[in-house]
Design a protein around this ligand. Structure first.
Ligand code: FAD
Length: 375
């Protein structure tokens, strides 16, 4: 019997942990390196659509990841006068859940460990080489059949391999946070609401049994809006009808600017680049982690079909990249109205909500059956 193939994975986010599960479940000897001292993610919620839910199921993380998370059936866009501009209802074949991020990370980490993967914290990688070498900040090094660079948008491993074709900071960003649910919180009827005022928006999403996920989105040049802790008086002036919600935010929240990343290739020799490191996208259709998890599972599936790493990686990229690039294009496109004058933006949302072509484009990723999922 040939010895198990060995993978060193850098980064324990959605991408790295999903790859750890999928590879370990296919007989690989897997070690995940996380530079932080614990597996911690942004204190926020996340939408996981049907495609991502299927991957979680295939990885054995579904039950723990979704426990208590509500289904989001309907998404409304409202203007600064609280008037509804567009409504999107998901059909029953396409589930969408809003989940506390940390719960998904914990579920993926448990599934990875159950499958035999080792997760090492306080382990920061500094470089990888196409022959499967990886070196660490503490001076140590390792060699593997496969190195997975899942180290996020600022990926040091990717940059060291010279793989970037485009890396662009986008015009907007967001402050994300969770607040405790109140006893008299409006009943959760599966509706998430995105409120607009000028170029600023507030997304309100019930998330789990005890928390509400709030995302404040603004132009990056809007210094008042992107300040943290948030400038309560300014936000209340922009969204007077949401004053109660804004008061509950306090000093919570972290700002991130959106990015778009496109690589020349998704791999170099034995190093595969995965997740935001390979294809960061703005969150306008909530599919960054969805794509990261799909591409992690499919990476393991394609490598399983090939004894030879180069052939497996080539087939993986050929098969999976087109959908990821479609998702990136649609996400960028749907972010464009942020910089438009309000009347034009209102018109765009009304038309986009009614256009079956636009709806088909924006839901294509959610409807996709990811490689490696059987149900
Ligand atoms: C405002 C906002 C809202 C979003 N909403 C959604 C949504 O609703 N649905 C959705 O699917 N996606 C959403 N996304 C996108 C999603 O958050 C990302 O696509 C996802 O987190 C990418 O996962 P990742 O594992 O590739 O990277 P990350 O989550 O960034 O994880 C990378 C990990 O690598 C570690 N690391 C970095 N460098 C090193 C190193 N040198 N050595 C060791 N470890 C290292 C980091 O500490 C981190 O743990 C949103 C993004 C934003 C900004």
């Amino acid at each position: 019997m040939s010895p198990a193939r060995r993978a060193e994975i850098v980064g324990a986010g959605f991408a790295g942990l999903s790859a750890a599960c999928a590879l370990a479940q296919r007989g690989w000897q897997v070690r995940v390196h996380e530079r932080a001292d614990e597996l911690r993610t942004t204190g926020a919620g996340i939408y996981i659509y049907e495609n991502g839910l299927r991957v979680l199921r295939a990885l054995g993380a579904f039950e723990e990841a979704v426990e208590g998370a509500p289904f989001a059936h309907t998404r409304q866009v409202r203007d600064e006068h609280d008037r509804v501009l567009s409504v999107h209802r998901w059909d029953t074949r396409t589930r969408v859940l809003s989940i506390v991020r940390q719960q998904v990370i914990n579920a993926l980490a448990s599934a990875a460990r159950r499958s035999g993967a080792e997760i090492v914290t306080r382990s920061e990688a500094v470089a990888a080489t196409p022959d499967g070498g990886v070196s660490f900040a503490d001076g140590s090094a390792a060699a593997a059949d496969l190195v997975v660079a899942a180290d996020g948008t600022g990926s040091r491993l990717r940059d060291g391999l010279g793989l970037v074709a485009t890396r662009r900071a986008l015009a907007d960003g967001a402050i994300r946070l969770l607040i405790p649910k109140l006893a008299d919180e409006p009943p959760d009827d599966g509706t998430t609401i995105e409120y607009w005022s000028g170029s600023r928006r507030i997304l309100y999403t019930p998330c789990g049994q005890s928390e509400v996920y709030v995302a404040l989105t603004m132009l990056d040049r809007d210094a008042v809006a992107k300040a943290t802790p948030i400038q309560t008086a300014a936000w209340k002036a922009w969204f007077p009808h949401l004053a109660g919600l804004i008061d509950r935010i306090g000093d919570r929240g972290r700002y991130d600017r959106f990015e778009y990343i496109r690589l020349r290739r998704w791999s170099a020799g034995r190093v595969a680049v995965l997740g935001d490191a390979a294809h960061a996208l703005p969150p306008n259709i909530g599919q960054g982690a969805g794509c990261a998890m799909m591409n992690a599972l499919s990476l393991a599936v394609h490598l399983d079909r090939h004894g030879d790493i180069a052939s497996g990686l080539a087939e993986w990229e050929r098969n999976e990249r087109p959908l990821t690039e479609h998702t990136q294009r649609v996400s960028v496109l749907l972010g464009l109205p942020t910089t438009w004058p309000a009347p034009l933006r209102r018109l765009a949302f009304r038309l986009a909500g009614r256009s079956t072509w636009v709806v088909r484009q924006r839901t294509r990723t959610a409807h996709h059956r990811p490689t490696g999922t059987t149900e």
